[in-house]
Design a protein around this ligand. Structure first.
Ligand SMILES: *Cc1c(COP(=O)(O)O)cnc(C)c1O
Length: 367
């Protein structure tokens, strides 16, 4: 029987090959490979897809976090509250600014930041909070704001997994002060390489983000007004992403339909990570919680079903972050999820029959 991979971009490529190669040819023949018309157009189109706001293209989702946090004034000596049940990138970006991450546990059901636990983590050094819209589920940013009260703390949404998701009808990325998107190939909107986007609804930070992504320059004048980095989305990725953006909404709708099919078949037999109240889930990932997860995963692999674990080791227990002083047991819900979550195959081109087969095999191999 045919195997079902956890992720596959080749089908997308086959469908759009002629358009993509034409876009690549157009860019390579344009004489401008960095900071040209394609990048500017994609920034405009991406911002418009979220409603009003400013988008600044960068080299990756990690860089989008670094640039937005820096624009929010985060630097050495500051604390940034985030979660440990996330991609390592969230935390490595915070460290790149020189700030110290402070970990909040997650809600056992939604796997999202437990906003009620944030208040006791706030300190006079807290400069920002990075809620992660994990799997395409959306953190309740209003609840988070209520915890912060009037403190001067920026909310930077990690939207790497949240393209197309919303909360009470408002798009993820427009709820906080800043947002960082990734276009890593597996994401809901994927480039053919690395790319990322900074987003803000506040007008003032737009120019600052542009300076930070290129050495601190104002436009092309090579004279740094502030310290910056070098992280620009290249014209090739921008041109390809422009081709793919119009299909994002229907792709996410397709993910929702497939997720509903998983729900229907697995109902009552396998529990998944719950959708938060008021959330229109982006279903970047369809994640179930299983006892003896690793044995189930190995059995599925033997039957040709690819799965993923997001994430097997919470960041606070990784060797690199030992210096932060966290121990096993400090974040109980985070640690429980790390041991039990399994991501089933989910992407727009996946056939409903494939979902049915994954469910059949999963129910068959359950202990
Ligand atoms: C993918 C991801 C990132 C980083 O994005 P890159 O483009 O790979 O740098 C950050 N946060 C989360 C939650 C992610 O899933």
């Amino acid at each position: 029987m045919k195997s079902i991979p956890a992720f596959d971009y080749l089908q997308d490529y086959a469908e759009q090959r002629a358009d993509i190669l034409a876009a690549v040819d157009r860019v390579l023949g344009s004489g401008q490979l960095i900071l040209g018309a394609e990048g500017r157009a994609f920034e405009r189109e991406f911002a418009a897809s979220l409603g009003a706001g400013h988008a600044v293209g960068v080299g990756s989702g990690t860089d989008a976090l670094i640039v937005t946090l820096t624009a929010a004034g985060v630097g050495p000596g500051d604390e940034v509250i985030t979660v440990a049940h996330t991609a390592t990138a969230t935390v490595s970006a915070i460290r790149s600014t020189g700030a110290t991450p402070v970990f909040c546990d997650v809600d056992r059901e939604t796997a999202l930041m437990d906003t009620a636990a944030v208040r006791e983590l706030l300190s006079p050094r807290t400069r920002a909070i990075v809620p992660v819209h994990l799997y395409g589920n959306v953190v309740d940013i209003e609840a988070l704001r209520a915890e912060v009260g009037g403190m001067p703390v920026a909310i930077v949404e990690d939207c790497a997994q949240a393209h197309g998701a919303s909360l009470h009808g408002r798009a993820a990325g427009t709820l906080g002060d800043f947002a960082a998107f990734s276009f890593y190939p597996t994401k809901n909107l994927g480039a053919f390489g690395d790319a990322g986007m900074c987003f803000t609804t506040g007008g003032n930070a737009n120019a600052e983000m542009r300076r930070i992504r290129m050495y601190g320059f104002e436009g092309m004048e090579p004279r740094a007004l502030r310290e910056g980095i070098n992280s620009r989305m290249d014209e090739l990725q921008a041109a390809i992403l422009r081709l793919k953006l119009p299909a994002l909404e229907s792709d996410v709708q397709r993910r929702r339909t497939l997720a509903a099919r998983y729900d229907e078949i697995l109902d009552g037999r396998v529990r998944r990570v719950a959708t938060g109240p008021g959330v229109e889930h982006g279903f970047h990932l369809y994640v179930v919680k299983l006892p003896r997860r690793d044995a189930v995963r190995a059995a599925l692999a033997q039957r040709g079903i690819g799965t993923g674990i997001h994430y097997p080791c919470p960041v606070h227990l990784m060797p690199a972050y030992g210096f932060l002083g966290y121990r096993a047991g400090d974040l109980p819900a985070t640690e429980e999820l790390a041991a039990s979550v399994l991501s089933l195959p989910l992407y727009p081109r996946l056939e409903p029959e494939a979902v049915e087969r994954v469910c059949t095999e999963l129910l068959d191999v359950l202990p």
